[in-house]
Design a protein around this ligand. Structure first.
Ligand SMILES: C[S@@+](CC[C@H](N)C(=O)[O-])C[C@H]1O[C@@H](n2cnc3c(N)ncnc32)[C@H](O)[C@@H]1O
Length: 438
């Protein structure tokens, strides 16, 4: 049998494809959820790509009903013979996702069911909204009806134009996942303006890593940076980047940052920016930090050594700086100050809220900014500039110079109503007659 990389994947690549750690993969092997074969020469475990893609599709289905996936009987120990055993495809029952699940009583009665309120900013938009609808619903102004938010509306809550989510060629789930990760462009612009107000650049060139759908990249382009390169591992995000007019002359690639050769840009870059994945740090995740396979943040000092930019801007979740992540964060900050021999940066981090910059969403994020060969106090002045550029405020505090946070209704009220409203009765109604279709 001829093994091709396209058909068979090694453990690391299989884990990366599924977005889990190698340890999780091992546990799944033991539980019989996956059926690895053995490489005929080195005996290492290898996985059939088709099985991995099938499992990935399965994992992306909604799980809140705890539909049990029948994965077939557990396998015995994997064969260690030199021949590659042809893994038998697992027989699975496919749960039906016809959209009706969003209206079942189980969802409405879920204590985590927190539909967005018309008269408040949205809670943080997350990529998980693609499969857990609890927060991706909106209640109408009278709190009597609610419906699912459309991808276009989610784009608007993230500060993008609703057109962005139209005619993408991707499924709603893919679009919502890509949107959920984004830095709202208004926030990105405020950060980049603050940077440029305080730091003078020799080169107005930029590299964006973990670019997502280009929130930060938009902010950088709007203040005059020309992107030499923009990369993201996710091909869906890359398609979004390719549609951005601001990036039409940039190199855009679907690369894993850890293997991308960016040292060819050494000395040619004014700004290095990016949003290394935040899953390891978010309070919703397992907080495995640097032990998490997705810890791309730890790669940033190496990348800075490769590129030697005049300035860097990284974005991450607010949980990065607290609790058990704190010591990792402090080590990272030290490393960023002196990422390599004869390379020094003044570095500071600060938490900003997208709602303060006119985004109809409470989204707190940590920004880490570093200026090459400058004292940290200069970055302090940069954060002061960003802070004083806030246009909106929490309605519970008084400040006549700023408007109240924008609300969901203000943001999506002007869009065409997609319909699909259901009556909202609250938890007192028995499950059987819970809904009144209109
Ligand atoms: C928080 S999002 C980035 C948001 C983006 N910076 C913006 O401004 O909108 C994190 C992104 O990192 C990408 N990513 C994760 N691991 C990566 C890797 N190893 N190499 C490149 N990109 C990666 C993900 O696909 C995701 O789009």
């Amino acid at each position: 049998m001829v093994l091709t990389q396209r058909d068979w994947l090694q453990v690391r690549d299989a884990a990366s494809l599924l977005g889990v750690s190698e340890k999780t993969l091992r546990n799944w092997d033991k539980a019989g959820k996956l059926r690895p074969a053995r490489h005929p020469i080195n005996g290492y475990r290898i996985y059939r790509a088709a099985d991995l893609h099938e499992l990935k599709r399965e994992l992306n289905r909604p799980t809140y009903f705890q539909e049990s996936l029948d994965l077939g009987p557990p396998m015995g120990p994997a064969s260690v013979s030199t021949a590659v055993a042809e893994p038998q495809p697992a027989v699975r029952k496919k749960p039906v996702d016809d959209g009706s699940m969003h209206w079942r009583a189980e969802v409405a009665l879920d204590p985590k069911h927190r539909p967005q309120l018309w008269n408040k900013p949205s809670s943080t938009v997350r990529r998980d909204w693609r499969k857990y609808p609890q927060e991706a619903h909106v209640l109408d102004e009278d709190c009597r009806r609610y419906r699912r938010l459309t991808p276009s509306e989610i784009a608007v809550l993230q500060g993008f134009d609703n057109i962005l989510a139209k005619n993408t060629g991707f499924s709603d789930r893919q679009v919502i996942a890509a949107l959920g990760n984004a830095v709202p462009p208004q926030m990105a612009r405020a950060v980049m303006e603050g940077v440029c107000q305080i730091k003078s650049f020799k080169k107005h060139t930029s590299i964006e890593v973990c670019a997502g759908i280009g929130g930060l990249a938009r902010g950088a382009a709007e203040v005059g940076f020309k992107h030499l390169s923009c990369l993201d591992i996710d091909p869906v995000c890359v398609q979004f980047l390719k549609r951005m007019p601001e990036l039409k002359n940039s190199e855009i690639s679907s690369d894993d940052l850890r293997y991308a050769r960016l040292d060819r840009f050494k000395g040619k870059v004014g700004l290095l920016s990016g949003g290394p994945p935040c899953q390891p740090w978010s309070s919703g995740g397992l907080r495995r930090g640097s032990e998490d396979d997705r810890d791309v943040l730890g790669e940033m000092p190496n990348l800075i050594c490769d590129i030697e930019p005049e300035c860097f801007v990284f974005e991450n979740v607010a949980g990065l700086t607290t609790g058990q992540n704190k010591s990792y964060f402090e080590k990272l900050m030290k490393k960023l100050q002196e990422p390599g021999p004869a390379l020094r940066y003044g570095v500071l981090a600060a938490k900003l809220n997208a709602a303060d910059f006119g985004v109809p969403q409470v989204r707190e994020r940590v920004f880490i900014i570093g200026f090459r060969d400058e004292p940290a106090v200069k970055v302090h002045r940069c954060f002061d500039a960003i802070w004083s550029a806030r246009t909106h405020r929490d309605p519970t505090i008084s400040d006549a110079t700023r408007s109240e946070w924008r609300t969901v209704g203000e943001a999506i009220g002007g869009l065409q109503d997609p319909g699909g409203w259901k009556s909202w009765f609250g938890n007192a109604i028995p499950a059987d007659n819970f809904w009144n279709d209109e």
